[in-house]
Design a protein around this ligand. Structure first.
Ligand code: AMP
Length: 582
């Protein structure tokens, strides 16, 4: 099979029941990774895929693996390993969706922090696929509650993230536990050596796929992104539509259905708009484009395919409502503006989990994409007032108002009210259906700029009143542990935000970590059983001192004596680094 040979889902030999779902979901064409991964995976081949999140990876492995499934075997045949519980849930949910016309199909997400007995019950009842974080999967393997003897396929998702979180050894060990003849697919956004080593050990003659980031420059287009936060994307879009000087806007979404839905929602909010997708007849598509060209329509919501090659000079704005799968589509999308030497504006909505794609795009375009804050309520109100004033001025210029002037005079005489009050009342009536003042809704956005890489939790130290206790975990330097592994494992397994994790001190055979003083007993118990770098954490309270940032200056805070005692005899006292506060 040559690269990019597949251009439609019809060409893929997935089950008819899956074709049906793809259709229902409105997926127009396979994304690049799907086009390249599905055929070899259907053949049962191993695969090493370099691709980011948001490229359509989940369907790239789910569709072929589900096609190869034997529904009558009620024992896990597919195992997907993910670095985080969020991703486990998301993948499991997506799989269940893709499999919705496969009768009786069951997928079980398995992750730390989740009720164990419930997981056990479901495992006993029988599932076809398991999606989980390495720690919890290993736990089940050790207890013998998860049997992998019927396994036919394993997927390692976001392998580089696993490495960052210190799970790569667990992944290695889990793969050891799976039948040797199983099929393996490993996906990773980057390919560090440790990931490649795991791939070399466990993949047999894999097909290698790389969703490339082509570099290119797009100079006449200013690019901004909005980090999806606080407001729904639709509200954000509405604000942008109101506050920016827009001649015409092309909005990109991922599916045909979404083009129709979003266009309808915008109509509902008073913005005349139309969808543009591959399901529409050629004639209708041409008509829509013609209206966009001649200015009878200003907003079009399109899929990548339908907007291919679109050349309308009026398009002043391109909004990536859904982030594209790859940098090439992004470049193509934003190229629909800034045409014929004009200036164009591109806006990208980025959900937190899509940040990697943002960096990939920045690299590919070799242009910074600057964070934007949404227009505030005040901005919107100001803009509406400006437009209202313009309307007044225009009417004053162009209309014969004599009749109305006399009407106002007679009103004034009759009721003895000043002109100002009458004018205000009329202004109120004029804007009543669409008030000038934007009200309600969630709080306004402030800044959106976040550093490119996650700062260490210590640097992001919590607020002044955070109460942390010191805990001991039984993994240390000799086991090769690094603070990021500990943060990864704890935040993931105990569902703590990395903000909740304070200072981490590594010793040779153990480490000390500051965690919320009020950690529930259940969480403590859970963390006792989490494995990092091959060691069980066996978390225990280390004298349980409560540290209050406010009361005790950081550098004077007594470091736990127990730690001193346990440090190597004659060894240095652990340094008393002050907590960094923001
Ligand atoms: P993923 O990279 O698997 O997380 O997928 C990202 C998003 O793209 C999900 O919301 C999918 O529903 C969507 N998606 C996946 N494949 C396609 C496709 N071929 N066409 C349109 N949307 C898709």
């Amino acid at each position: 099979m040559t690269e990019d040979a597949v251009v439609s889902f019809a060409q893929l030999a997935i089950l008819p029941a899956l074709h049906k779902v793809v259709d229902e979901l409105g997926y127009e064409t396979p994304s690049p990774i799907q086009a390249q991964s599905i055929p070899p995976l259907l053949e049962g081949r191993d695969l090493l895929g370099q691709a980011q999140t948001g490229t359509g990876k989940t369907a790239a492995f789910s569709l072929p693996l589900l096609s190869r499934l034997d529904l009558s075997v009620k024992s896990p045949q597919i195992l997907v390993l993910t670095p985080t519980r969020e991703l486990a849930l998301q993948v499991a949910e997506a799989m269940q969706t893709y499999a919705r016309h496969l009768p009786g199909f069951q997928v079980l997400p398995v992750y730390g922090g989740q009720n164990m007995s419930q997981q056990l019950r479901q495992l006993q009842r029988g599932v076809h696929a398991v999606v989980g974080t390495p720690g919890r999967i290993q736990d089940h393997l050790r207890r013998g509650t998860l049997k992998l003897d019927k396994l036919t396929s394993v997927v390692v998702d976001e392998a580089d993230e696993m490495l960052k979180m210190g799970f790569i050894e667990e992944v290695d060990q889990i793969l050891e536990h799976t039948p040797p003849e199983r099929q393996t697919a490993l996906f990773s956004a980057t390919m560090p050596n440790e990931v490649l080593r795991v791939a070399r050990r466990h993949l047999k003659d894999p097909i290698e796929i790389r969703i490339k980031s082509k570099t290119s420059t797009v100079e006449t287009i200013s690019q901004r992104f909005w980090q999806v936060k606080g407001l729904h994307k639709l509200d954000a879009l509405t604000r942008i539509l109101e506050a920016e000087e827009i001649e015409a806007m092309l909005i990109f979404v991922r599916t045909k259905i979404a083009t129709v839905e979003l266009a309808e929602k915008l109509e509902g909010r008073g913005f005349s708009s139309a969808p543009l997708n591959g399901d529409m007849t050629q004639a209708l598509r041409e008509k829509t484009i013609e209206r966009l060209k001649n200015g009878t329509l200003d907003i079009v919501v399109a899929t990548d395919v339908a907007a291919r090659g679109l050349d309308v000079k009026r398009i002043s704005h391109v909004v990536n409502y859904d982030i594209p799968y790859d940098t090439e589509s992004y470049i193509h999308r934003i190229g629909r503006t800034g045409r014929a030497g004009r200036e164009g504006k591109a806006i990208l909505f980025v959900a937190p989990r899509e940040r990697r794609m943002l960096y990939a795009i920045e690299q590919a375009t070799r242009q910074p994409i600057t964070p934007m804050s949404l227009p505030s309520r005040k901005d919107i109100t100001d803009r509406r007032i400006t437009l209202f004033k313009e309307q007044i001025a225009e009417a004053m210029e162009s209309q014969d108002l004599e009749f109305f002037e006399e009407l106002i005079d007679s009103y004034q005489d009759e009721f003895d009210v000043g002109h100002r009050r009458i004018a205000a009342t009329l202004a109120y009536l004029a804007q009543k259906d669409k008030p000038l003042q934007l009200e309600g809704g969630p709080v306004d956005e402030v800044s959106v700029a976040e550093p490119a890489s996650r700062p260490s939790p210590v640097e992001r130290k919590a607020g002044e009143t955070a109460e942390l206790s010191r805990y001991r975990i039984e993994v240390g330097r000799i086991h090769g542990v690094e603070p990021r592994h500990i943060v990864g494992a704890i935040s993931n397994e105990a569902q703590l935000s990395s903000n909740d994790i304070g200072q981490i001190k590594l010793y040779d055979t153990f480490s000390l970590v500051d965690l919320p003083a009020d950690l529930p007993r259940e969480t403590v118990r859970l963390l006792q059983d989490v494995w990092v770098c091959g060691q069980r954490l066996q978390l225990s309270v280390d004298k349980g001192k409560i540290l209050k940032y406010k009361e005790k200056p950081a550098n004077k805070r007594p470091f736990d004596k127990g730690a001193d005692r346990r440090a190597k005899p004659g060894g240095k006292k652990p340094p008393q680094k002050p907590y960094k506060k923001k």
